[in-house]
Design a protein around this ligand. Structure first.
Ligand code: MN
Length: 728
């Protein structure tokens, strides 16, 4: 008798594909060692299971890495093997397949609605990341179904349900009819054994009758096609137990009323011959109206192509005829796996069928250049890149747009859950509510009856419009006075940007005008709408500006100038005391005492009346004040530090420093000592007590530049009783 691995090798060699047999053997012996001492429920050594899965996978023409992953698929989950060990022994590709298979969770489909089950299917696809994972999983599931009889009733039922609702439809959508049919029949056997056996019994009772009918039809068709010079193969069969069962129950018919009980399949070489054969069949038999379907010109989403027609046989018994080419037949049997080509990319469209059809089409388009020995290789399923699938703690699956977080999840569960959310757990850990959720995450919303409702920030954090709308609804209903304040603040902030003073009356006039322009009659209503996020201030800014300009007239003289308004316009320059003054030659320059600029400070020149130019810090309050007076407009000149002066200052600049300190007998001594220690010349010092425990000391020192001054300030801050030091 052949040992397990030899049997697999035989199956693989029969495919005539170029498998890496050494690699597959290595995976087999590795898995055998891992599962050593483990047994299946049936009492067989565990390794028989991965081996059987690998054999089914070989039947789908999966590649070497998939066969290895099939052999290794339970090692990480059931043995003491880590993914790293798989990686170092078999490489990244196989490790990622095994990882994908390990992560596909058992899901509970009992009592779930169709939409929910659809999400489960999508989630499986999304979690798989590589479509080979799904193919191997289907092989795994098929073997488990074949051996399900050893499990207890409860396990049989839940596995069969999951197979019927999740895996068989996936197999169907991937076009793998053989696996789909076997999964359905096996699932039915455990879900409705009585119904299964009833159909089975009917089929058996009609066995000789059926064979007789099929053989007669085959003979008739064969003769006619040969007469017409067509090369063909014809086969007849009784339809699958599940498809007959479904027709009986869905259409409430007895076994005898099912007319697609028999199906004949004619396979020819070319597409043109398909239509020729169809014509011949319709000549031979009466066709049933409305039963003709051309899936050649309009393929099914899973790429299935064939002509279908139902005709009435000579004994008055109807039967279905499927006509297809060999190539179409291969696709029908093995689906997407039949024509596989490495390719990664992204799908478009929303529907799962559309997405899988997209994969199928891609492969179809490659068929021209296809190498017939090509395996089904890696194929990334990032077709659900725009969706994330997460679990609730109860195991319900929610489909959210990618980038969603706990807020979106909470509102997807229920508005009330969102409104009362105070925190969230992902996979058992507390997380920030803005954490982006990943497919497969288990998300738990922490709610509290004491919650005062959603936070306004959530409007910015939530990724879905559903959540945002619900948050807005809440604010709209629950927080009008607060909304009005928020809205008014936002409007004022916007108006202040326009840099012209306005009165309260003008503001009301502007806001009312804007409100009416968008169909809101009342100022507070507009504030409220802005407050709950019903309209953004950005959307209103053009209208606000418009009404503002209409209402608050521009008065040239009233526009205060800023330091930026002082432009370098003239070419002549003057250097004096380390400062370069634009456009003024050989003029007396002095440093203003009010702000005592030192090299490094932003400065500006002010032409005094008869005392030359005084240089101020650009942020000197006196300068800012002077700029407000339109008469001074032409008296400002741009000034900056001479580069050399800034980097190797020779001169000394006066700087004033203000110190706030606690009352201390040694304060003045400490200050003068610190300055002497730094070799800083003290020009002036005076102090006055503001209160018993507060002294303000003003001093003027000589320094070289801002850097020097900052180091002096830093040193003074270290004095024990000093609380605050700033430039005076
Ligand atoms: Mn398994």
């Amino acid at each position: 008798m052949q040992s397990g691995i030899d049997k697999l090798m035989t199956v693989l060699k029969r495919t005539e594909k170029n498998y890496d047999f050494d690699k597959i053997k290595k995976a087999y012996y590795f898995a055998e060692k891992c599962h050593d001492g483990q047994f299946r429920f049936s009492g067989e050594p565990y390794i028989t299971h991965p081996l059987a899965v690998a054999q089914i996978a070989a039947g789908l023409s999966l590649d070497t890495d998939s066969i290895c992953a099939a052999l290794l698929h339970d090692t990480v989950e059931d043995c003491d093997v880590t993914l790293d060990v798989i990686k170092s022994n078999f490489g990244d590709d196989i490790a990622s397949l095994v990882d994908g298979l390990t992560k596909l969770v058992q899901i509970d489909v009992e009592d779930k609605e169709e939409a929910h089950i659809e999400n489960l299917r999508k989630m499986l696809l999304a979690m798989a990341k590589d479509i080979r994972v799904i193919f191997i999983k289907l092989c795994d599931r098929l073997h488990n179904m074949r051996t399900l009889n050893v499990k207890n009733d409860e396990k049989r039922r839940s596995t069969a349900l999951e197979t019927m609702y999740v895996y068989a439809p996936l197999a169907h959508r991937l076009g793998i009819q053989r696996i789909k049919q076997e999964l359905e029949n096996l699932a039915l056997l455990y879900l409705d054994p009585i119904g299964y056996h009833e159909v089975e019994k009917h089929i058996a009772s009609k066995y000789s009758e059926s064979q007789d009918f099929i053989n007669k039809a085959k003979k008739e068709i064969s003769e006619k096609l040969t007469e017409n010079g067509i090369k063909f193969a014809v086969a007849g069969r009784v339809k699958s137990i599940y498809s007959i069962y479904r027709k009986m129950y869905n259409q409430n018919k007895t076994f005898d009323e099912i007319y697609d009980f028999y199906a004949m399949r004619i396979i020819v070489d070319t597409e043109l011959e398909c239509y020729t054969v169809l014509g011949i069949i319709h000549e031979m038999f009466n066709s049933m109206p409305g039963r003709f379907k051309d899936y050649i010109s309009t393929p099914k989403p899973n790429l299935y192509r064939s002509l279908h027609t139902t005709v009435i046989g000579r004994d008055g018994i109807p039967f279905e005829v499927q006509i297809r080419t060999w190539e179409m037949h291969e696709v029908a049997q093995y689906g997407v796996a039949a024509h596989w080509k490495y390719k990664s990319g992204e799908g478009s469209g929303k529907d799962i069928d559309e997405k899988l059809a997209w994969i199928a089409n891609l492969i179809e388009n490659e068929s021209e250049t296809r190498d017939p020995d090509e395996f089904m290789g890696a194929f990334k399923i990032d077709i659900f890149q725009d969706e994330t699938f997460v679990f609730s703690p109860k195991g319900d699956v929610f489909a959210l747009p990618s980038g969603s977080n706990a807020i979106d999840f909470a509102y997807a569960v229920h508005t009330q859950v969102g409104n009362q959310m105070v925190g969230a757990k992902v996979n058992g850990n507390i997380v920030p509510i803005d954490k982006v959720l990943q497919t497969g995450d288990i998300v738990e919303v922490i709610t509290s009856n004491a919650s005062k409702g959603p936070s306004r920030d959530w409007l910015k954090i939530a990724a879905t419009s559903t959540a945002k709308n619900k948050i807005r609804q809440w604010f709209k209903k629950e927080a009008r006075p607060e909304n009005i304040n928020v809205g008014r603040d936002e409007v004022e902030r916007e108006l202040n940007k326009y840099n012209r003073p306005y009165t309260e009356e003008q503001k009301d006039e502007i806001v009312l005008a804007v409100a009416q322009r968008i169909g809101i009659q009342d100022i507070d209503d507009l504030y409220n709408t802005i407050g709950y996020g019903g309209i953004t201030i950005t959307k209103l800014s053009a209208k606000l500006r418009d009404e503002f300009d209409r209402t608050v007239k521009v008065e040239e003289q009233n526009v205060p100038m800023t330091a930026e308004d002082v432009k370098i316009t003239k070419q002549k320059r003057s250097t004096n005391g380390g400062v370069v003054i634009d456009g003024v030659d050989g003029c007396q320059v002095k440093f203003a005492h009010c702000c005592s600029p030192v090299p490094g400070d932003q400065v500006i020149g002010f032409i005094t009346k008869g005392f030359g130019i005084s240089v101020h810090k650009a942020d000197c309050p006196n300068i800012i004040n002077a700029m407000k007076n339109p008469e001074n407009r032409d008296r400002f000149v741009s000034a900056y530090w001479d580069n050399e002066e800034l980097h190797s200052p020779s001169g000394a600049f006066e700087a004033s420093i203000k110190i706030h300190a606690g009352n201390s007998l040694s304060l003045i001594a400490d200050i003068t000592f610190a300055l002497a220690d730094m070799r800083v010349q003290l020009l002036q010092i005076n102090s006055n007590s503001k209160a018993d425990d507060l002294v303000i000391v003003n001093l003027t020192v000589n320094c070289r530049n801002t850097e020097h001054l900052n180091s002096i300030i830093a040193r003074l801050r270290q004095i024990k009783s000093v609380e605050r030091v700033s430039r005076g």
